[in-house]
Design a protein. Sequence first.
Length: 258
Amino acid sequence: MLIRILFLLLFGCATWSAPAAALILYTEDWPPITYQHNGVADGMAVEVVREIQTRLHDNSPVEVVPWARGYKELLTSPGVMLFTVGRSEAREKQMSLLGPIAVSQTVLLARKGEAAKLLALGSGIYQRPVGAYRGSIFADAASAAGFVEVDLAPTPQVTAQKLLHGRYDMWVEGGFVVASVLKDIHQPPDAVEVVRVLESLELYLAFSRGTPGDEIRRWQDAFAAVKRDGSFKRIYNKWLPRDTPPMELRLIGVPPGH
């Protein structure tokens, strides 16, 4: 009997003390929302994520990786969280989405002085080549809008350079990162102009299929607290002072743990 009691105590302690597997956190270089500064992740969404982590007593690092790599991991490995991810009907069937953490306008851009000429083409504008970065929802938005030739580049910076070098006529991107992308390639913010707004896009924290439901719900509760106590609004206004922070919170897509 004594041996049995000791066994149960040891087994129970081992079960109780086993920590939950930490999430692998990925983001991309998409300033000012997410980027790498002196080897460390930074940006509006990174600061929000770290505020959530503080509430969870989670010190998992945020790794800045090429979008294609992070998105592949999100689609193929459990226990991955990638941010920020644009909401779409297709993605709601592939992952759990928590947010929104930001709302961006998807804009169609041209070289300075060329927007009017392109708009004058009418429906012929859709036959002109456009650029977006590979695997992004902006590339999907261009195709959905009816553009027949969408050139894909590895990063927004390469996309912008190809536009300015005349490789194509238009560039599809999230509106509030355009100035930062142009700055990265040493171009003035007025080097491009908006042709039109294609859509308003909600951005989320995305959890891969198979991520434990309890862990996603912990993040949901902590994110709700960050929005409720004013921390989210303070961070958002620091980085995006001209935009209105989205204060609602939704968990949509694949049910947690599935």
